[in-house]
Design a binder for this molecule. Structure first.
Ligand code: G1P
Length: 297
């Protein structure tokens, strides 16, 4: 059995939900506390045993490359000032083997993954999307890799979402399940409200056999006029079994504004140096707003 050693992180999206902040800065560099969102994703990949990462970038994404590069001047400065804690943090982002490839035109997620085909070659691999950060005892991707090792099949991470959110995701139509692992009849990208086959949504963590590349190559544009990864997964499932796995862990949606704010607050409340002051601030804020609301009545 070939071990999963390589991962693709698509990061070519335009980040329109965060404009104008993302006009000159990649959305993947938006920080949660002091770490860019993409670093949480890279750390999950490393903790899952990934050794080589390829980030698919596009226009205006240079800051991602700089972030994962060495910053010798900054490092020397921190050494001089004996700020070793910060030095460790800065070096942590440059201690991995990361490769880059550019998606020359934004043709969708399926196309972005296809761009990594030469780097991956003929072996199974992982894909991680940056819109969700997952906190879990066993890293989310590692849970999928464990399933791959048991089944030797592609495995797609899913979690249940409220029915009114299903139109924002790829949704599976399950046949049956063994514990958390589902056999799937259909994978549907962004179903129209009312037509969703379940509430189990694809959550941006995937393990694929290399056969997915052939299917992506001939994949026609789907939802939103883009080449959709979900459509290629549906085709793959017709020729070899693709499982869905309802992974354990808390998912933070950092790909949209409210989720981003909620994640920032929750992570700050888990941070020993920020927690107490933030609790006090939130209490005061709630009291102030309650008084204001009373005055309006
Ligand atoms: C993409 C995928 C979708 C998946 C989602 C998870 O959609 O196409 O299947 O459910 O990521 O975040 P996007 O959010 O890029 O529109």
């Amino acid at each position: 059995m070939k071990k999963i050693k390589k991962a693709v992180i698509p990061a070519a999206g335009l980040g329109t939900r965060f404009l104008p902040a993302t006009k000159a800065m990649p959305k993947e560099m938006l920080p949660i506390l002091d770490k860019p969102t993409i670093q949480y994703i890279v750390e999950e990949a490393i903790e899952s045993g990934i050794e080589d990462i390829i980030i698919v970038t596009g226009k205006g994404k240079r800051a991602i490359e700089d972030h994962f590069d060495r910053a010798i001047e900054l490092e020397n400065n921190l050494i001089e000032k004996q700020k070793l804690n910060l030095l460790e943090k800065v070096q942590r982002s440059s201690n991995v083997e990361i490769h880059y490839i550019r998606q020359k035109e934004p043709r969708g997620l399926g196309h972005a993954v296809w761009c990594a085909r030469n780097f991956i070659g003929n072996e199974p691999f992982a894909v991680l999307l940056g819109d969700d950060i997952v906190k879990a005892e066993t890293p989310c991707l590692l849970q999928l890799i464990n399933q791959y090792e048991q089944t030797l099949s592609s495995v797609i991470g899913v979690q249940t979402v409220p029915v009114e959110h299903t139109h924002r995701y790829g949704i599976i139509a399950p046949i049956n399940n063994e514990g958390r692992r589902y056999k799937v009849d259909r994978f549907v990208e962004k179903p129209e409200p009312g037509t969703e086959p379940s509430q189990l949504a694809i959550m941006g963590r995937y393990v694929f056999t290399p056969e997915i590349f052939k299917l992506l190559e001939s994949q026609k544009a789907g939802s939103g006029g883009e080449i959709q990864l979900t459509d290629a997964i549906q085709s793959l499932n017709a020729i070899q079994r693709v499982f869905a796995y309802d992974f354990e862990g808390t998912r933070y949606d950092v790909g949209e504004k409210l989720g981003y704010i909620q994640t920032t607050i929750e992570f700050a409340l888990q941070h020993s140096e920020l927690k107490n002051d933030l609790v006090e601030f939130l209490k005061l804020l709630l009291e102030k707003n309650a008084v204001k609301a009373e005055n309006f009545q």
